[in-house]
Design a protein. Structure first.
Length: 678
């Protein structure tokens, strides 16, 4: 750029310095009009040679003549006058001494350069200051952005840790409880909302980091905080995202046979079962991206048959990203494989697991995902189901580890407070009503002994719960299972049961001598000051299938030596007339069938009959008075005899077939009768 042109762009204070360089001896107009010609010559050399200075002087006058001609063409009279005047002054001053003119021009050019250099130096300082200020601002902004991203990642990490280490284990524990009959597990929708929100936040951070990388490629500077920390932030965001995805896959519904919906985690070979997998990170780009494969635990002797590969997709009902396996079966391998459990475990104590594997693949990202079902028990015969279910209950009561398949090599003991809840859940799952404190107290006495007085911290070993103590007995759990099956098959429609632990006028109870489940009743007689308790031989499932239990109670008779049938069952404990409590459940009389027409004139006439239960009393057992006690008489009896002694006689008599009582009237079934009885 021409020196004169640069000078004209300077501030006014520098222009004043330039103005002082020129006067009438060498006017500024010449510098303006002939700037290009003047700057094209080396005046330092010209100022040392008289001949060269003379030539440049006459060239200068010629340049003024040319400028005068240009002004003449423009009809600019004033400028023509000025040029003519300047030419005369130059001739007056330098015609005799052209070397002096050369020295004057040389001096002016050097001073101009000094002024220009000074101005440029100041401008450089100003620009540097502005650049430094801008750099500091950019660095500050970059630092703020980096800190904000780091804060977002720290917050995402804290939320993720809460979800993975607190919320998810808590949900899985609730699922375990729900699997063994406890309260229904909470829905996964809220967890899905939380997981998805964190995933979306991490994805947005990763996108922002990509934009910062593009900006860095276009513009960066020394100590740029984005350049210094971008890599660590990208790695942190990626690790958090991977961890979140890995922990977001869960077994929403544990393996279960549709034929036994209340007994999940017990699978029979050759019978179809279902299981559902769900991903809690619901991102649109994940739809149809996950191909899930079901695998049985390694080194086992079972293969999975059916469609064992499913693609996760958004469900229409709730929009969740899930894959449901509906037609899986287990088949036993012909060749025996290695055993997972190194010990003398029976089939119903062997634990297995089903794992589900999938993979997320995106540009620059590959994540392997796996989740495992709760331990399952595989049976080959439905008769093994009760024992298998006992194993499932025991495991899920005591541990939350999903891969502890050797659990029953040394099963820990359970406290009565833990077991009592689970036993109550087994009854509520069938009767919609759990066991009350008195009922649980009776069962606690049976397991812990009466001396324990229902200690909630009393320990019960696995062998006492589900194995034979001796050859003459059968496991406690199989007795409970038989009772549950009896209720489900024959008593559910009529009664909602409660196990009681004390005697009454007449009471209903389950037999402890029947492994398959049987029900009986006990009544009280008195003669003078003697009390006698009578228990009828228990009724089995086969007998109850023929005659309903209410009809048995209604028609039951005892025969004395005089062959006089009487029904000793009058009051249902504590003070309820039998017919008031049970009449609605008696079978209705059937209408007599129309007689068939015979060719003969005589018609066949039959005497009506009905099935009744009769007990024969020998004279030695028959008391003088067989009429059952009224509530008033029973009240008097309890004042004479300690109720605990009556309880002992009824509950633990060696002659009675059962030890504890079953009151068959539930409050929800008979609110008008039992509403005030607590």
């Amino acid at each position: 750029m021409a020196q004169w042109f640069q000078l004209q762009k300077l501030d006014s204070n520098y222009l004043e310095q330039v103005d002082q360089l020129y006067d009438e001896t060498f006017p500024m107009e010449i510098r303006q009009y002939l700037s290009g010609w003047i700057e094209s010559h080396d005046w330092d050399t010209v100022a040392t040679s008289v001949s060269l200075a003379t030539i440049r002087f006459h060239d200068l006058l010629g340049q003024l003549d040319d400028q005068y001609s240009r002004f003449a063409l423009e009809n600019n009279f004033l400028l023509q006058h000025n040029v003519r005047k300047i030419k005369r002054k130059l001739q007056d001053h330098y015609l005799e001494d052209p070397l002096h003119m050369a020295m004057t021009i040389c001096k002016c050019l050097k001073e101009e350069k000094k002024i220009l250099a000074s101005a440029l130096k100041k401008e450089d300082r100003k620009c540097f200051s502005q650049t430094s200020s801008m750099s500091m601002k950019n660095q500050y902004r970059g630092t703020v952005v980096v800190h904000q991203i780091a804060d977002v990642l720290n917050l995402a990490g804290q939320i993720q840790e809460t979800l993975v280490k607190e919320e998810m284990p808590e949900w899985k524990h609730r699922q375990q409880i729900a699997c063994i009959g406890g309260p229904p597990n909470a829905c996964l929708d809220q967890l899905q909302t939380w997981f998805t929100a964190v995933a979306e936040g991490l994805q947005q951070v990763r996108q922002q980091l990509k934009k910062l990388q593009e900006l860095e490629q276009k513009y960066t500077y020394e100590n740029d905080p984005i350049t210094q920390r971008k890599s660590s932030l990208e790695e942190r965001a990626l690790v958090l995202f991977k961890t979140l995805i890995v922990n977001s896959i869960v077994v929403e519904r544990q393996p279960c046979m549709p034929t036994h919906p209340q007994r999940p985690l017990v699978l029979k070979t050759g019978v179809q079962f279902t299981v559902k997998i769900r991903l809690l990170v619901k991102l649109q780009e994940f739809n149809y991206q996950f191909k899930v494969k079901a695998l049985f635990d390694k080194f086992r002797k079972f293969n999975i048959f059916g469609t064992n590969t499913k693609v996760m997709n958004m469900e229409e009902s709730n929009g969740s990203l899930a894959a449901e396996f509906r037609h899986l079966q287990l088949k036993e391998q012909k060749a025996t494989g290695n055993r997972t459990n190194d010990g003398p475990l029976i089939v119903t104590e062997e634990l297995h697991s089903i794992s589900f594997e999938t993979q997320l693949t995106q540009p620059g990202l590959q994540v392997n995902l796996e989740t495992t079902s709760l331990p399952i028990v595989v049976i080959s015969n439905v008769s093994q189901l009760p024992s298998a279910w006992a194993s499932v209950m025991w495991y899920n009561m005591l541990t939350s580890e999903s891969k502890n398949l050797s659990f029953f090599l040394s099963p820990p003991q359970v406290t009565w407070s833990q077991l009592s809840k689970v036993l109550s859940w087994q009854f509520s799952s069938i009767t919609k009503r759990g066991l009350n404190d008195e009922q649980l107290s009776m069962l606690g006495d049976k397991l812990l002994g009466r001396e324990a007085v229902g200690n909630p911290n009393g320990l019960i070993p696995w062998t006492k719960f589900c194995k034979n103590v001796n050859e003459k007995s059968f496991p406690f759990w199989l007795w409970i299972e038989g009772i549950l099956d009896l209720i489900k098959r024959h008593l559910l429609c009529d009664f909602i049961v409660c196990i009681m632990g004390f005697p009454g006028t007449f009471l209903l109870r389950f037999s402890e001598s029947s492994r398959e489940g049987a029900v009986t009743f006990t009544w009280v007689e008195h003669s003078n000051d003697d009390v006698h308790l009578h228990a009828v031989e228990p009724y089995t499932k086969k007998e109850l299938a023929a005659v309903s239990f209410p009809d048995i109670l209604h028609n039951y008779k005892v025969m004395a030596a005089e062959n006089i049938p009487e029904n000793p069952l009058v009051y249902l404990y504590p003070r309820i007339p039998k017919d008031s409590a049970l009449a609605r459940y008696y079978s209705r009389p059937t209408e007599a069938a129309e007689p068939m027409e015979f060719e003969s004139e005589s018609d066949a006439v039959y005497i009506e009959r009905k099935l009744i239960s009769v007990s024969e009393f020998h004279s030695s057992r028959l008391q003088d008075t067989m009429m059952p006690m009224s509530p008033e008489v029973y009240g008097e009896l309890t004042r004479i005899i300690n109720p605990a002694e009556i309880h002992t006689v009824v509950g633990f008599s060696q002659t009675a077939p059962a030890a504890h009582i079953l009151e068959t009237l539930g409050r929800s079934q008979f609110p008008s009768i039992l509403g005030d009885q607590k």
